[in-house]
Design a binder for this molecule. Structure first.
Ligand code: DP6
Length: 362
């Protein structure tokens, strides 16, 4: 599919008001997206586990405007309070998606949003937040075009979510989602995320992700700034090639359930992401001393027990611990006894693989 396929033939705006509500999860990348071209096109393909507990719920209410008002009109509340500081991001999103959603200027929108995870947890809400908003807007487009197929609905939701935040394109479906064209994955696209199409071994079913909140502050480097660091980065080309290769390797690993090889790729991807930040201009160290202490503890524990726990990181200090369901009891004991001490105020979140976004009754 190309961009043009996401523009429907003009349709009448037969609805004057209404409401939709969606809850959409966060996701954690195994092969990382870091570096993009114009229009939110990723430099390399990425793959992620969709999460279950960390999610955003967004209710969108709309009312047709009277007169010839040719601007976007919306209000935003977050957890019940007006949030004008969310507005610029939504304004930019509306500008980027307007050519695909011709009704945007015809309605006034009330966007009410909340997260299941604490706002100041250092967990990015852009993936869950932008995907939830894209889904609400697609519910409106579907009601105006009732013959729309569910596949088109999902693809366009992911396409729009991508224009809000790249990683949001991977939050529509579960359990494993690929975003970015990869030669061995049919249907994979730079424009939207697709469900991973091949066999996945039982070892990866019900995988856990326990998120250790090492530093709950505001992100030191926003993702917009972060991706730009890959322009003229001395190692960028190699890194983008490596993203493709690691995804090829994961295809085999997902099939044969080889957890030691899975761990090598996932941890290397996390450290490479941070290596890119440490070797860009300007350069950043986003790990904190406790991030490193946790990583070393994991390596010692794995050496001693042979259990398959590994870590991944996003663009911050928090640590995502990934481990299989059948070892969860022993590993959770280790987390509680040995790792929680390194979390800010002892805070962590128990999450696991999930199945994607859900529409909620109003
Ligand atoms: C490190 O999706 O937040 O989490 O497209 O600028 O909104 P924008 O970036 P964003 O970048 C996420 C980067 C990452 C890796 C990943 O999720 O693949």
């Amino acid at each position: 599919m190309t961009e043009k396929d996401f523009i429907l033939e003009s349709y009448p705006l037969t609805l004057s008001s209404g409401q939709y509500c969606w809850s959409s999860p966060s996701n954690i990348a195994l092969v990382k997206y870091w570096g993009k071209k114009e229009e939110q096109i990723p430099e390399n393909p990425s793959v992620s586990f969709t999460l279950d507990a960390c999610k955003t719920t967004t209710k969108l209410s709309f009312n047709k405007k009277g007169g010839l008002d040719n601007s976007y009109s919306f209000s935003v509340t977050f957890e019940g309070a007006e949030q004008d500081n969310f507005k610029p991001k939504i304004q930019t999103f509306f500008e980027r998606v307007e050519s695909y959603l011709p009704f945007l200027k015809a309605y006034h929108f009330e966007i009410e949003t909340s997260n299941t995870f604490p706002h100041s947890s250092g967990i990015a809400s852009s993936a869950s937040g932008m995907s939830a908003l894209a889904l609400c807007l697609m519910s409106l487009e579907k009601e105006l075009n009732p013959e729309m197929s569910s596949e088109y609905f999902r693809r366009k939701s992911s396409f729009l979510a991508r224009l809000g935040s790249g990683s949001a394109s991977r939050s529509i479906e579960g359990e494993l989602v690929v975003w970015g064209a990869h030669k061995e994955i049919p249907e994979s696209s730079n424009l939207y995320g697709t469900k991973y199409p091949f066999e996945v071994h039982n070892n990866f079913k019900d995988f856990h992700d326990t998120i250790l909140l090492v530093d709950k502050g505001e992100k030191q480097v926003s993702s917009t700034v972060g991706h730009k660091l890959m322009f003229e980065h001395p190692f960028a080309d190699e890194r983008f090639k490596q993203g493709h290769k690691n995804l090829s390797k994961l295809i085999k690993i997902f099939k044969n359930g080889d957890l030691p090889s899975f761990i090598k790729i996932v941890e290397s991807e996390a450290l490479t992401l941070h290596a890119m930040m440490m070797t860009s201009h300007p350069y950043f160290i986003l790990m904190k001393p406790n991030t490193l202490k946790i990583i070393n503890k994991i390596w010692e524990f794995r050496e001693e027990t042979g259990l398959y726990i590994c870590f991944t990181l996003d663009a911050g200090a928090n640590v995502h611990l990934l481990y299989p369901e059948n070892q969860a009891v022993q590993i959770y004991e280790f987390i509680k006894n040995e790792l929680v001490a390194y979390c800010q105020n002892g805070h962590y979140i128990c999450d696991r693989i999930g199945f994607g976004a859900k529409q909620l009754p109003i």
